[in-house]
Design a protein around this ligand. Sequence first.
Ligand SMILES: Cc1cc2nc3c(=O)[nH]c(=O)nc-3n(C[C@H](O)[C@H](O)[C@H](O)COP(=O)(O)OP(=O)(O)OC[C@H]3O[C@@H](n4cnc5c(N)ncnc54)[C@H](O)[C@@H]3O)c2cc1C
Length: 371
Amino acid sequence: MRIAVIGLGAVGSAALRYVASRGHQAVGFEQFERGHTRGSSHGESRIIRYAYPDPFYTHLMSLAYPLWDQLEEAAQQTLFVRRGMFFFGKSENPELREIEDSLTQNQVPYERWSANQAQERFPAMRFQPGEQVIYHQEGGYLRATACVLENLRLAEAAGAVIREHTSVLSLKSQAGGVLIRLEEGEEWFDRVLVSAGAWLPSLLPFVNLPLSVTRQTVFYLSIANQARLFEADALPVWIDADTYWYGFPADGVVPGVKLARHQRGKPISDLSQPARPLDESDWQPAIAYASQRFPDLSDELTEGYTCLYTNAPNDDFLMDRAPELPHVHLVSACSGHGFKFSVLMGQLAAQETIGEPVGLDLSRFRLGTQR
Ligand SMILES: Cc1cc2nc3c(=O)[nH]c(=O)nc-3n(C[C@H](O)[C@H](O)[C@H](O)COP(=O)(O)OP(=O)(O)OC[C@H]3O[C@@H](n4cnc5c(N)ncnc54)[C@H](O)[C@@H]3O)c2cc1C
């Protein structure tokens, strides 16, 4: 079959690779250049973890991990820095208990530590009395842009054609397939997968997708002292379950250490313009947080950038047929936590698009089931 994948971020790049690997004629469309910085998938790192308060997502990760291993092996470069990760927070925070239950239910080994134990283990960081840490060794981070680029390179090696700087303007059903409209004309495909991230609602305006797009921010702070305490072997990825600030060890590429906050930023209504650049109102909260937790970080920003969240209700993902377009499927795996699932979600969405059974109950991702 001739299959189009529209949007080549984390999800679309994985989908395109899968479609090509199954011997189909795969064509990927990307409105910007591959690995660009205007969507959701760029940057040096995204957290990967089994630890989720919802056992469904921990289970999905048990399916995603082998796919990351396969991608890394095919890429022959380090895409997954597997040095552990931990959640921490006040011991009464119910989310910590839910995470433990979810890890136990999915038979993922983990450890629970007191603030004192965590302090000894991770001397770069300050913990408060009464805080608890849930640590699991299989966590870490994915080298985000490199994952996208490798999926695309491998897709091409399997026969896919990639059309950069090519916007798909609209879609319509025709002759048992789908006609897509481009600036330079129209092209027909048997099936189409739309993995257009924040642009999904504008490409499928008649679907009334329950998605909202927000501007998110990421900061790197300079290390003033004791740089070795911030290396990946000494400080893994962490998430503060009380505030949802999260951070990474020094990644060896961008100077300083990265931190950000997982909470919805300001809504974005016009995606034709790049997001507003960072200013002091963005980075001051990050500096204030870091000053309480990391005495050896300075208040100097070494890097910072914006990124988009495409939020679904309940922070879930969407994967379904497009109503009224029988041969079009859509997928949105973001809600600010989708990268770690993207290799799986891309594959599942590609399987549904080409008509392969997925062997998994995805009913909670269907349109109309979202709360
Ligand atoms: C700041 C930040 C931090 C995050 N941290 C984490 C984390 O630690 N762990 C984690 O698991 N997840 C994290 N996420 C979420 C994760 O990055 C996203 O879930 C994921 O990148 C979404 O990928 P996507 O392919 O759906 O979207 P995108 O990467 O935006 O890809 C969509 C692509 O479609 C293209 N496109 C759109 N319309 C068209 C069109 N009409 N024609 C052609 N091309 C089109 C766009 O240009 C874009 O390249 C984070 C996200 C952000 C923003």
